[in-house]
Design a protein around this ligand. Structure first.
Ligand SMILES: [Fe+2]
Length: 184
């Protein structure tokens, strides 16, 4: 089975743009926090976060993303739960999110991007960021308009936690790895 170092090397080959790399790291950091809280295998959850958009730079269309990337992961021997979670983060594929890992990935994907956007407009970045301040931004439809508010809410529901708790987990996970996210 591939190691985390293998996953990181693969990610760097497929993903060259800084913003997409940062997004992978942000989702990975959120997944690590989720795994710690929910008793998941931290390394596997990290891989799911890091690799969920593996093919997005080269294959962004709906009929290729994320299936092309997942086919490559299968060829390389990545575990089934990681691959199924990655398929599950693309709602249009209709792959059910049955595991905690899959539910967590869907829940933190859009939100990690949103928290990144909020951090970039705050002088203190992630320092002192609260769920309340993030929710205020969520209500502003023009801010990070591409982020689906509906997916974030649905993600919290599927995990059986409140929106505040989900936001706090993402903030905490990303804060632990802030320097890697250029948010230190
Ligand atoms: Fe993503």
């Amino acid at each position: 089975m591939p190691t985390y170092a293998d996953a990181l090397a693969l990610f760097h080959v497929w993903t060259e743009t800084d913003s997409l790399r940062r997004h992978g790291y942000a989702v990975e950091a959120s997944m690590a926090e989720m795994a710690r809280l929910r008793g998941g295998d931290v390394e596997a959850w990290r891989m799911a976060g890091l690799l969920h958009d593996l093919d997005y730079e080269k294959h962004p269309s709906l009929d290729e993303h994320p299936t092309v990337g997942v086919a490559e992961l299968a060829r390389l021997g990545y575990p089934e739960d990681v691959r199924t979670a990655i398929l599950g983060h693309a709602p249009y594929l209709g792959v059910p999110r049955e595991t905690d890992m899959a539910k967590a990935l869907f829940a933190v994907d859009e939100l990690s991007g949103f928290v990144t956007a909020v951090a970039f407009v705050r002088p203190d970045k992630l320092d002192g960021m609260t769920p309340r301040s993030v929710k205020k931004k969520l209500k502003d439809k023009r801010f990070a308009a591409a982020v689906s508010r509906e997916d974030i809410r649905q993600g919290a529901d599927e995990l059986g936690i409140g929106l505040d708790e989900l936001i706090q987990i993402v903030i905490d996970g990303m804060a632990r790895e802030a320097s890697r996210l250029d948010l230190a």
